[in-house]
Design a protein around this ligand. Structure first.
Ligand code: PLP
Length: 370
């Protein structure tokens, strides 16, 4: 058994007999939106206690048949990741920091009592899918192929006292245009009625359950005339954690004296790979970056004093989204003049520059797909 687990996990290749015709694909790629259309193929891989990981396949994209008593439907034992593949000007196809996603996926597996997937297998699965469906990667800066690996509990039965004994890993891919409108800022709602995550919970893990519990707060934000919800800590509703499905950055000062701060990883916010990339990239551009704690009061006061000049959110899907205004139960305020700030735009273009190969990649973040 140990021997079979130590072996490299293989994938059988079953190409689709009915891929989307090239002309239709070209039409779709002109305006793909986000997460609406999917490529011709997917990866599936199974896990059982007896066999470990097995039955890897690259196969035509399509529905699963699952018993109604399948564990994931009832207890939500599920985990996902999100990363992008890009077509660079040179024609190279690359992924951004896939090892970091593989490592975060496995950290999530440990928290969710799910079997870990060898990092090599995670990356190999994505490489196979991206290579097979490379014609689906739209070109042009801001466009990409969004990759969505995920794992679900597939054992049949309603017993609640133990994790599932069977799992399926799957990866799908979706061509994506840039996510939020360019040049716009979002207005955020400080949620005091709802909490995303508490100490000891699953806030640091990319599990669907966190999102399931968050939709109502997002709806409330929209009802209040805002675009996105900002989550505060569970105990005091005072410390800023993150925005919707993105991490937050705060810019102090401007020009040569600008510096940035992002909430520290308290255990209840998601350790974003974009967040980590900016923490490392900003100092190389002369912008000191630190992790810390920021209260709502300090946020408002620093904006009023003109010390806090810009705020932005960051994540794989939208890269960097400027925040222009804040609202909450005890009133709101504007950040700077409410438009995207210079530091925000600079960091965005530098990060995108590395991803698309327009800038050197001193960190080795760009992973060339073989
Ligand atoms: C995925 C995610 C992020 C951003 O992580 P990236 O690795 O930068 O994409 C931030 N917050 C939440 C809740 C997330 O699910």
């Amino acid at each position: 058994m140990t021997e079979s687990l130590a072996h490299e996990i293989d994938f059988e290749i079953h190409p689709s007999q009915t891929p989307v015709p090239a002309a239709e694909r070209a039409r779709i790629l002109e305006a793909p939106g986000f997460g609406q259309v999917f490529t011709d193929h997917m990866i599936t891989l199974r896990w059982t206690e007896q066999r470990g990981w097995h039955d890897g396949k690259l196969e035509p994209y399509g529905p699963f048949t699952l018993d109604p008593a399948t564990a994931v439907f009832h207890y939500g034992q599920e985990l996902f990741e999100g990363l992008k593949a890009y077509r660079q000007d040179s024609g190279s196809i690359v992924m951004f920091r896939p090892r970091a996603n593989a490592a975060r996926f496995n950290a999530g597996c440990r928290r969710m009592a799910m079997p870990e997937l060898p990092e090599e297998t995670f990356i190999r699965a994505l490489e196979l899918l991206v290579t097979q469906d490379r014609e689906w990667i739209p070109d042009g800066e801001g466009n990409s192929l969004y990759l969505r690996p995920f794992m679900i509990a597939t054992a049949r039965g309603l017993g609640v006292n133990h994790p599932s004994s069977e799992y399926m890993f799957c990866a799908i891919a979706s061509p994506a245009a840039s996510y939020f409108g360019a040049g716009k800022t979002v207005k955020v709602w400080l949620s005091e009625d709802y909490t995303r995550a508490a100490p000891g919970g699953t806030g640091a893990v990319k599990c669907g359950g966190n999102y399931a519990a968050a939709f109502v707060a997002q709806q409330q934000a929209v009802d209040k005339g805002c675009d996105q919800v900002v989550w505060l800590d569970a105990a005091e509703h005072e410390w800023v954690e993150e925005m919707g499905g993105m991490n937050l950055y705060f810019v102090y000062g401007s020009g040569d004296s600008a510096r940035v701060l992002t909430p520290a990883l308290s255990g209840s916010l998601l350790p974003g790979i974009t967040r980590d990339s900016l923490l490392r990239l900003a100092p190389t551009l002369g912008i000191p970056a630190e992790e810390g704690r920021l209260s709502v009061t300090a946020w408002r006061d620093a904006c009023a004093a003109g010390e806090l000049t810009e705020v932005f959110a960051c994540g794989t899907a939208a890269v960097i989204t400027p925040v222009g205004a804040v609202d909450g139960a005890s009133g709101g305020w504007t950040i700077g003049d409410g438009t995207p700030g210079a530091v925000t735009q600079r960091l965005k273009s530098e990060l995108i520059g590395i991803q698309y190969g327009h800038q050197p990649d001193p960190f080795g973040w760009v992973y060339k797909v073989a």
